[in-house]
Design a protein around this ligand. Structure first.
Ligand SMILES: [Zn+2]
Length: 125
């Protein structure tokens, strides 16, 4: 238990450090005005969406980093790093883009495999 909590806090610190060190979104993409991400998550092999939420990115202060946690609380070392895909789409000036990412974490002794689908809606100055 102690060991797991240590792992979790290490990961939390690591994430905080990456967020602090990452360039700001508005520095990387000065033309970006607003960004809205519609996030859907589903279990591997399932077609129905289990969770869906909308994330409004505060463009002026947000880090240029898009790392979303895995929605399965029993998943270890999972999560989704969509930074490259999001930044590439925004740099290309897209007003709508879709990204999908499978979780590489572990649930028990098997691979998690949950699929995250993100629809991004952006406006530019
Ligand atoms: Zn996972």
């Amino acid at each position: 238990m102690t060991r797991r909590m240590t792992d979790a806090s290490l990961r939390f610190n690591e994430r905080r450090r990456r967020e602090d060190e990452a360039p700001r979104l508005h520095e990387r993409l000065p033309a970006l005005a607003t960004l809205r991400l519609e996030v859907e998550e589903r279990r591997s092999g399932s077609v129905s969406t289990e969770t869906k939420h909308v994330r409004l990115v505060v463009v002026d202060s947000a880090p240029a980093l898009f790392v979303l946690p895995c929605g399965d609380s029993s998943c270890r070392d999972g999560g989704h790093d969509l930074t490259d895909g999001v930044l590439r789409s925004l740099a290309a000036g897209k007003t709508r883009f879709e990204l999908e990412d499978g979780c590489l974490g572990n649930v028990g002794s098997s691979t998690c495999g949950r699929v995250l689908r993100v629809v991004g809606l952006a406006t530019y100055h």
